[in-house]
Design a protein around this ligand. Structure first.
Ligand code: ATP
Ligand code: MG
Length: 175
């Protein structure tokens, strides 16, 4: 089904707002994507929420978290940027593994199971997209999700070839 990533991002931001405000963290939402993506709204919501929750959890008080929505190269892009503790270059691939947490002593204080990013990766892959990270320790992180935009893939076969052949078809790999 078509999923509006503007709404997904707005809802993810709404849900973290109180937690963020309690720590003086400002959450800013910006940008727009003018086409939906193909997929499951609840799963995509879970993915974006995990990124926004992380951004708040791994940031000091009184910093800013930015959530941006845009369309880039025919893809819907959602970025989540923080001014938090960051992730070292050698850990940036590993954080997507199940149960992997950077610095387990520190992570014990912040709670969590180490599953969030593995779920993000799984959901995004199931939607034919990708998730990437850019980070500098001590400066912050940006997680980026890119997903194929909805296309009305009209079946051009004639109705003789395919009864009801004018209905849009599902994109391969989409949920
Ligand atoms: P949960 O299952 O509750 O999400 P978690 O947050 O520890 O637990 P992940 O979301 O998978 O698990 O993240 C894995 C690890 O990556 C975290 O423990 C943390 O060390 C690191 N990490 C994730 N996001 C960020 C971020 N925005 N800034 C700094 N480190 C991060
Ligand atoms: Mg997490």
């Amino acid at each position: 089904a078509p999923v509006d990533m503007n709404r997904v991002a707005a809802e993810a931001v709404d849900r973290v707002r109180l937690t963020a405000e309690a720590r003086g963290i400002t959450v800013k939402l910006g940008g727009h994507v003018d086409r939906p993506v193909h997929g499951d709204a609840d799963q995509l919501m879970t993915a974006v929420r995990n990124l926004v929750d992380n951004a708040v959890r791994y940031s000091p008080d009184k910093t800013t978290v930015g959530v941006g929505v845009s369309s880039v190269d025919g893809l819907a892009q959602v970025t989540v940027t923080d001014q938090g503790i960051g992730i070292g270059a050698d850990e940036q691939d590993r954080v997507f593994e199940r149960f992997y947490r950077v610095d387990s002593a520190r992570s014990r204080q912040t709670g969590g199971t180490g599953l969030g990013l593995s779920i993000v990766k799984h959901v995004v892959a199931n939607h034919g997209g990708e998730v990437t990270v850019w980070s500098q320790p001590g400066r912050g992180s940006t997680f980026t999700i890119r997903l194929p935009l909805w296309e009305d893939e009209t079946d051009h076969r004639t109705s003789a070839d395919s009864p009801g052949g004018d209905t849009p078809t599902r994109r391969p790999g989409a949920v």
